[in-house]
Design a protein around this ligand. Structure first.
Ligand code: SF4
Length: 246
């Protein structure tokens, strides 16, 4: 006997039971993460274009360096149009403190030019009125903008239920088993969004708390499983630690 899933595909009773168990387990995991690292309140980081440029600046650097290079860029150029039309070397110089300036400077100018060509002005405010998948597609069509950056803009600027999957979110959700083994970071995004009910606040907390867990406990090298509150729900712990393989 088969049932029909939300996307119209058919499911067997066994598969439906497995999905229900996975949802219960993932709800428990996210609740435990909230209890451990706290609940965060959403507030907009700024306009979608500010968030997009800030996220490009954040690639491969710390939050402190990102904030410093963003401030320096805005101090050097009063508008995004001024950044777009400035000599390349001047933009590179303005963001030097953030690292990888020779890559990020031209990338930012190319993104600004693509937006100006497409919309006749430097704004992404219209993304708020698009279906979320259309907004993601528009942003990822820009050179140098991937699914994580697009999700940052949607979540942090516009308060849309999009999950940015960084290295911590990817590693921790894979170890726990929230997503199937060897799921890519890009493929992780819709799976986690679905597990969190496409709910903005659940996704915000899931994102921030998976990062906190990845930084403090489930580190890339030698995860601190002995002091982890997620042991009983973690596939890695069951497979590697309990079986004595690790
Ligand atoms: S039990 Fe270990 S592998 Fe699993 S989430 Fe905790 S620290 Fe990570």
């Amino acid at each position: 006997m088969t049932g029909r899933a939300a996307d119209g595909s058919t499911t067997s009773p066994g598969k439906e039971r497995r999905i229900a168990v996975d949802r219960l387990r993932s709800a428990r995991v996210f609740d435990l993460l909230d209890e451990t690292y706290g609940r965060h309140r959403w507030r907009s980081h700024g306009t979608p274009l500010d968030e997009l440029i800030g996220t490009v600046l954040s690639q491969n650097t710390s939050n402190v360096n990102t904030a410093r290079s963003f401030r320096s860029l805005r101090a050097a150029f009063p508008t995004w149009e001024a950044v777009r039309t400035a000599p390349e070397e001047a933009v590179i110089e303005a963001i030097r403190s953030g690292g990888l300036a020779r890559i990020k400077g031209p990338r930012i100018q190319a993104i600004l030019s693509a937006i100006a060509r497409a919309h006749g002005r430097l704004s992404l405010d219209h993304l708020a009125d698009l279906p979320i998948d259309a907004a993601k597609a528009e942003m990822t069509a820009l050179h140098g903008v991937g699914p994580k950056t697009a999700a940052c803009v949607l979540l942090f600027s516009l308060g849309q239920p999009a999950m940015p999957v960084d290295t911590h979110v990817h590693r921790v959700s894979g170890r726990i088993g929230l997503v199937p083994p060897r799921t890519s970071a890009a493929a992780c995004q819709p799976l986690l969004e679905d597990l969190l009910g496409r709910d903005r606040d659940r996704i915000l907390n899931g994102h921030l708390n998976l990062i906190a867990h990845g930084q403090q406990v489930c580190r890339a090298q030698r995860p601190r499983c002995e002091s982890c509150p997620l042991q009983s729900d973690c596939d890695y712990y069951r497979a590697v630690r309990v079986s004595g393989d690790g």
